[in-house]
Design a protein around this ligand. Structure first.
Ligand code: ADP
Length: 180
């Protein structure tokens, strides 16, 4: 499903983010930036060595990527020109400022995308896999953060939420409808 907020289309779909046709995809990375399981592994496998080489260069310069922050690399062999890597919070019963950290992932990623004049971007459901963030709460934060951002920033024309499982797809669709 799709919705329009000012001049931005917000889209929820089910699929594999490595197949996205948009200009930029987002990686739910870890602070090491050196790859891992889940969507991170899939992006590095599909995008090839160029992405990891750039991650290593960034890491050599600035060290780990703190939770909630974001860095940008090439898309390598992906259709996407860029990958923005953001380190999501590990769910710890909500006792570790996880909501604020997860919101920062979305806001810092979108701010970096604006800096690179990116017009279209695909997000995975950050932190809801290996990091065990409750899907309902994560979706609420993801949608609210992105909708707030595009209400006041008009550069990004399309934002996709690429859900990998049916639960997330249903949750995102329900919540997006409720926001309209
Ligand atoms: P995290 O460590 O942030 O929880 P995961 O990669 O384990 O990262 O999971 C984040 C989300 O990405 C989960 O909802 C998972 O189902 C989803 N995911 C895994 N592989 C893909 C893929 N190829 N495309 C899109 N989403 C994916």
């Amino acid at each position: 499903m799709e919705a329009r907020i000012n001049s931005t289309i917000i889209e929820v779909l089910k699929g594999d983010i490595t197949q996205s046709q948009l200009e930029c995809i987002v990686n739910a990375a870890n602070t090491s930036l050196l790859g891992g399981g889940g969507v991170d592994g899939a992006i590095h496998r599909a995008g090839g060595k160029e992405i990891l080489d750039e991650c290593i260069r960034i890491r050599n310069k600035q060290g780990n990527c703190p939770v909630g922050e974001a860095v940008i690399t090439t898309g390598g062999k992906l259709k996407a020109k860029f990958v923005i890597h953001t380190a999501g919070p590990v769910w710890n019963n909500g006792e570790n400022n996880e909501p604020e950290k997860l919101r920062n992932c979305y806001i810092n990623t979108l701010s970096l995308a604006m800096l690179y004049e990116i017009r279209s971007i695909s997000f995975p459901n950050i932190s809801t896999g290996i990091y065990r963030y409750p899907k309902d709460q994560a979706a609420e934060i993801a949608l609210k953060s992105v909708l707030d951002f595009v209400k006041t920033n008009s550069g990004i024309k399309r934002v996709q939420f690429v859900c990998f499982d049916e639960d997330n797809e249903r949750i995102y669709q329900e919540k997006l409808k409720a926001y309209l």
